[in-house]
Design a protein around this ligand. Sequence first.
Ligand SMILES: Nc1ncnc2c1ncn2[C@@H]1O[C@H](COP(=O)(O)OP(=O)(O)OP(=O)(O)O)[C@@H](O)[C@H]1O
Ligand SMILES: [Mg+2]
Length: 227
Amino acid sequence: MKNINPLLKFDNISKSYGNQCILKHFSLEIEKGESLAIVGPSGSGKTTFLNIAGALDVPDSGNILFNNLDISRMTDNERSAFRNKNVGFVFQMHYLLPQCTVFENVLIPTLTYNNASDKINAVNRAKELLDRLGMMEHRDKLPGQLSEGECQRTAFVRALINQPELILADEPTGSLDEESAAILSSELISLNKELNTTLIVVTHSMKLAEQMNSVLYFKNHQLTPNL
Ligand SMILES: Nc1ncnc2c1ncn2[C@@H]1O[C@H](COP(=O)(O)OP(=O)(O)OP(=O)(O)O)[C@@H](O)[C@H]1O
Ligand SMILES: [Mg+2]
């Protein structure tokens, strides 16, 4: 059944690297607030798909509509402004800046704000989110002084700080032990519900995948609901 008001609409997307086909005539609609897991073998194209969904990369053909805005035909500058405003990325590696504290790191996406009240709101949101993830006591530490799980929580807050409608997470628990991964997964899912963001997670963990609204598998250059 077609969604009435999808956040993301992939329409006949194809993407190759040289002779290597990744996506072929792929179409999908993702509803607002939905949580979706992407599962597939290494090299199948999961990261490529996330990069296209988050306007880090563009398809060779086809269109991607984000709230009816075509993000597949933008200039590099337009895509970068679009990403900063609308998409929060969480990667397997947290990519926190080592010389900045937790608090400074989570505020990096807000550095382009030039309005004083927007800046104050961002600081308040950072405090709320850090508190929510049990990170306020670590706010003045550098990433090198944190555990892996704490680094990933910081990266979550950074991804959420601009209140993006879309969160893209690529193996967000991949570098964690099982217990930290389980805690972080449930935090990710409850935050997604609370903030009503749309969440797409690439994961090898079926435990995490099963907690999403739906699971799609990479198969024959498509994402399908069946293995
Ligand atoms: N920039 C690029 N140039 C050429 N080939 C690329 C590029 N990026 C990815 N590929 C190739 O595309 C295929 C899909 O890569 P991708 O990173 O999307 O896989 P993945 O499903 O995320 O794998 P993994 O589970 O190992 O992270 C791989 O075979 C990869 O070598
Ligand atoms: Mg990958």
